[in-house]
Ligand binder design. Structure first.
Ligand SMILES: [Zn+2]
Length: 335
């Protein structure tokens, strides 16, 4: 950002005025992307909400967490960039090397074409606590036609089930949770593999109300299904989540480094759009600078706070959401 210092000061003020009294002392972020410069082809950069990053390493993560959560003890579940054009093996190796299972936990990017035996051996050797599949790894000409079961074939799910792994699931298809095939396959996945812990990233990509209402209801009775709130800036979606699924199933996730970019996701006519001051392939760009922004992350925290206050949820809920629920399966965050 060109106005780096002004940006920092604005955010510091938002933290002090709106967030400091709300965010617990301990924050365990279950949705963080980390990648070294060997992950990307030479000369390429990843568009992270506007800023283009050639790498996002553990040192940078540490510094950013200290800046955006001042004085907090921060843990993170980390994984790479799940795109077939990047070096999956190198990214996995880097992520595993930076995770100690005390304050950093690693998920392994998984391609459905991989041999399940090799995935299993690699998970054990690398100390990974879970898997990160992604629709793009299915390599269909029409990405919109990818199915969950194609992202997570039987052999790989058998490994996740046997080792009790997390499966961080970014659901495919244009309809997201509105798509009945997705909901059916989520139910099948969780029921068939009760040893796996499935996390629906971004509340099933429900960045707008219709993406959640009427659909989360169908999924609330699955005991091994969790929901992370990464990039959800919408207080009503969060209210619906918090009132619909059991309170031990909701997890704070950010989507750092994308969440550190300036911008906001807004609902428009039963859809959503990212609005950013910098050009980004996925956003509507406010090139005229009509409004002043904070980060997607702070918009997430504001929306979480608003939902909690409107529902009058107890402090224990907030503590569990920000760290207690994840600690129950990762172990206490220390560091
Ligand atoms: Zn993500």
């Amino acid at each position: 950002m060109s106005d780096g210092q002004a940006w920092r000061e604005r955010n510091r003020r938002i933290w002090q005025e709106e967030l400091e009294a709300f965010v617990p002392q301990c924050v365990l972020d279950v949705h963080v992307h980390v990648f070294n410069d060997a992950t990307l082809p030479p000369g390429e950069a990843f568009p992270a909400g506007g800023p283009r990053l050639q790498s996002y390493d553990f040192a940078r993560l540490q510094a950013d967490l200290a800046e955006v959560f001042p004085g907090r003890q921060c843990g993170a579940v980390c994984f790479g960039l799940p795109f077939p054009q990047y070096d999956q093996r190198e990214n996995n190796r880097y992520v595993a090397g930076g995770c100690d299972r005390r304050s950093r936990w690693a998920l392994r990017l998984v391609d459905p074409a991989e041999d399940p035996g090799s995935v299993r051996a690699d998970v054990i050797a690398g100390g990974f606590v879970g898997l990160k599949p992604y629709p793009n790894y299915v390599r269909k000409a029409d990405l919109g036609q990818v199915e969950i079961r194609e992202m997570l074939p039987e052999g790989i799910m058998a490994v996740a089930d046997a080792l009790g792994l997390i499966v961080m699931l970014h659901i495919p298809r244009r309809g997201r949770l509105e798509d009945p095939l997705n909901r059916r396959q989520i139910r099948e996945l969780c029921s068939r593999w009760p040893g796996a812990r499935v996390i629906l990233a971004h509340v099933g990509r429900a960045y707008y109300l219709r993406g959640a209402v009427g659909h989360l209801e169908e999924l609330r009775d699955l005991p091994n299904l969790y929901f992370d709130t990464a990039m959800v800036n919408h207080a009503e979606v969060l209210e619906h989540l918090f009132t619909t699924v059991p309170p031990d199933r909701v997890l704070f996730g950010s989507d750092i480094p994308i969440a550190l970019a300036a911008g906001k996701s807004v609902e428009i006519n039963h859809q959503y759009a990212y609005i950013t001051p910098e050009p980004w392939e996925l956003s509507i760009c406010d090139s005229a600078g009509r409004v002043t922004y904070t980060s997607f992350l702070y918009e997430q925290l504001r929306a979480i706070r608003r939902a909690v206050e409107r529902l009058n949820l107890p402090r224990g809920f907030v503590e569990d959401f920000f760290h207690g629920n994840a600690e129950r399966f990762l172990g206490p965050a220390g560091g």
